[in-house]
Design a protein around this ligand. Structure first.
Ligand SMILES: *[C@@H]1O[C@H](CO)[C@@H](O)[C@H](O)[C@H]1NC(C)=O
Ligand SMILES: *[C@@H]1O[C@H](CO)[C@@H](O)[C@H](O)[C@H]1NC(C)=O
Length: 348
């Protein structure tokens, strides 16, 4: 009997790993079929935001390179404002020495609402040569900049080798961050969040910039322009949602039907398979969450769902209890134990 149970668990485990493998590498519709969304050209979706001279578009206008060099970073902004939507791009990070660099893919309305803006972030943090990129997600609503909702993660792949799809789903009910087809974080809107949940139309931004003062090891490693230019590639551009006029602060555009359609899409609901892959990701690759940082938030913010298996990973500081867990990235085999320790220490 015991033997059989053991075998059953092994089998279950094996089929789960196979499932994760298929989700990640084959990009099948098991998690959800992201390739069924249609991609846009740069001109259809975006406009230059700053340093046009550091923005390179491919001849078919489907790929855009954003460059950081000693003169400037660069950035693009969606040509429209969206009142909820699904925003996605395949992104490839610059390689070699990238300490101090931040590549960001995010939504914001800070241009229109300077004092009470909303924001959803995916920010990639560069690193010294030989050490892995990391990334973080965050959410602000109605200028809640004093109440950060950061989570930080490692990746299960090398983001400088190939491009991977990063997506932000934003509905009135929930926000989901995806990496490829895996939902890595869901924030379900909780009434007690009040304005902290983004609810005004936002633009979509992609930028590369010099964040020497904080991005790597708390600012100890700065951008080294001997390695310029730093190039990040964006393609497979997807912007779906209800387009509204940026000056339309009274929201006279009726988005009811389009929001209903958005909520009905497969990417707006996490399937049980999606939940399993989310759990897989978070237990292996998340190394900070504001929900478990009891020094910063003695009472976790209302939307936090305390997952026991996640809770036990973290100390009350929100840092990983078991630093060794920090190993296991794509560079695991080459990285020494000391280097690992340094990364996990030097980080927030
Ligand atoms: C995903 O959608 C694309 C485009 O609609 C389609 O060609 C493809 O067959 C779908 N893949 C799966 C596994 O359903
Ligand atoms: C918006 O459209 C929906 C469905 O088409 C309709 O039921 C609703 O009354 C409209 N709202 C406004 C404010 O016009």
């Amino acid at each position: 009997m015991d033997h059989e149970m053991h075998y059953f668990h092994l089998k279950k485990r094996r089929s789960f790993l196979l499932f994760i493998f298929m989700c990640i590498t084959l990009k099948t519709a098991l998690c959800f079929n992201i390739s069924s969304t249609s991609t846009l050209t740069f001109a259809e979706a975006y406009s230059p935001l700053f340093s046009k001279f550091n923005i390179q578009r491919s001849s078919d206008d489907k790929t855009v390179n954003l460059i950081l060099n000693r003169f400037s970073g660069s950035g693009i902004i969606s040509s429209d404002y969206y009142n909820y939507g699904f925003f996605s791009a395949s992104i490839k990070m610059p390689s070699e020495y990238t300490a101090g660099i931040v590549v960001a893919f995010y939504t914001s309305n800070v241009d229109t609402f300077e004092k009470n803006h909303d924001e959803l972030d995916i920010e990639f943090l560069g690193n010294v040569k030989g050490k892995a990129w990391r990334f973080q997600t965050n959410m602000y609503g109605k200028g809640s900049v004093s109440r950060g909702r950061e989570e930080r993660y490692r990746m299960w792949f090398d983001p400088t080798k190939d491009s991977h799809r990063y997506s932000i789903l934003w509905t009135p009910k929930n926000t989901i961050f995806y990496v490829d087809n895996i939902p890595i974080r869901e924030v379900i809107r909780h009434e007690a969040m009040k304005g902290d949940y983004p609810s005004k139309p936002m633009s979509i931004y992609a930028t590369i910039w010099d964040a020497s003062s904080w991005a790597t090891n708390g600012g100890k490693q700065k951008v080294n322009y001997r390695f310029e230019p730093f190039v990040t590639e964006f393609k497979d551009l997807v912007l779906e949602g209800c387009i509204v006029d940026p000056t339309d602060q009274l929201l006279s555009t009726n988005c009811t039907d389009q929001i209903d359609q958005l909520i009905a899409k497969d990417y707006s609901t996490i399937t049980s398979e999606g939940r399993r892959s989310m759990k897989w990701f978070r237990e292996r690759y998340m190394y900070y969450s504001y929900c478990y940082d009891n020094i910063r938030y003695p009472v976790p913010p209302p939307e936090c769902v305390i997952v026991p298996s996640e809770r036990e990973m973290f100390k009350t500081s929100g840092r990983l209890r078991n630093k060794m867990k920090f190993g296991g990235s794509h560079r695991r085999h080459r990285r020494s134990r000391d280097a690992r320790r340094r990364i996990s220490k030097g980080d927030n």
